[in-house]
Design a protein around this ligand. Sequence first.
Ligand SMILES: [Zn+2]
Length: 320
Amino acid sequence: MEFNTKEKAALLAELNRGIISHAYIIEGAAGLGKKAFALDMAQAVLCTGDRKPCGSCSACRKCADGNHPDLHIFTPDGNSFKVDLVRDIRRGVTLTPGEGDRAVYILQDAHLMTAAAQNALLKVFEEPPLGTVFFLLTEKREALLPTVRSRGRTVRLSAAEDGQVYTYLKERFPKAEEKALRDAVRMAEGAYGRAEAIMKKEGKTERDAAAKLCSAVFRPVSRYGLYTAFLGQARKRESLVQIIDYLTLAARDVLCAKLNCGESTMLAPEEAAGYAAENTGAALYEIFEALLECARSLRRNTDGGTALTELCRRITQGKG
Ligand SMILES: [Zn+2]
């Protein structure tokens, strides 16, 4: 199963015609395959064969094995990309490439670069050494300085079809239960990396956190109480998105229990029935919608606090 094939084909066609930018901004939500995309492109850039990537030249083989000396991958340390790291990159860039006449730098989570780091990078962009190609991977292009943005060619990765994600999961987890596969596809919303993480149960902590939050969501005491309950469970943005996904599943279960349609996916049937009995159908629908909207706005990179405030406002409407 290949993803982002259209974007890949377009860029490869350019590369093979000799059109190459010195900086690409690869934008897309978590799990859409930004790194895989950049690695494929890096191989094509470094390939010495005729039709790039040929897959058989020494450069292609080294890229596939992850040990090409001119392919450099940088990740932020902790929550930011410090200026020191970019200085290291700059120092490296000014040296001549080790093997061929090209070098590729992949910067993951480029939106975490501090302004100082971006300005340092800009100096490289202003006088790009011949044969150096940058791939800046980001969930949030707007977090890059306009000057950086304007010097890179942006490629936006889009969500895959549910059917594609399903096929991908089925190949990887042939023994998994059908329901688990379908749930993962639904929650991932086209991000195959996230679907895979869900199948590997990487979100177990988040699922537990969501289970703990259920009573606060379906029996809200006050807006402030609900907000602090969320803060108590979700400290990192990435976990918050997953927690909201699981809560959305839970809300679906409660709605289904209320309307007597479909079975539970996340909650035990008796728990879902309990919450259903305590809420009106309209209130449950509002909770479900509010959670969906919260997940959407988090994926559009709305600040976590803002998204949570709106969620808590909608859930506790009329409850103080
Ligand atoms: Zn090659």
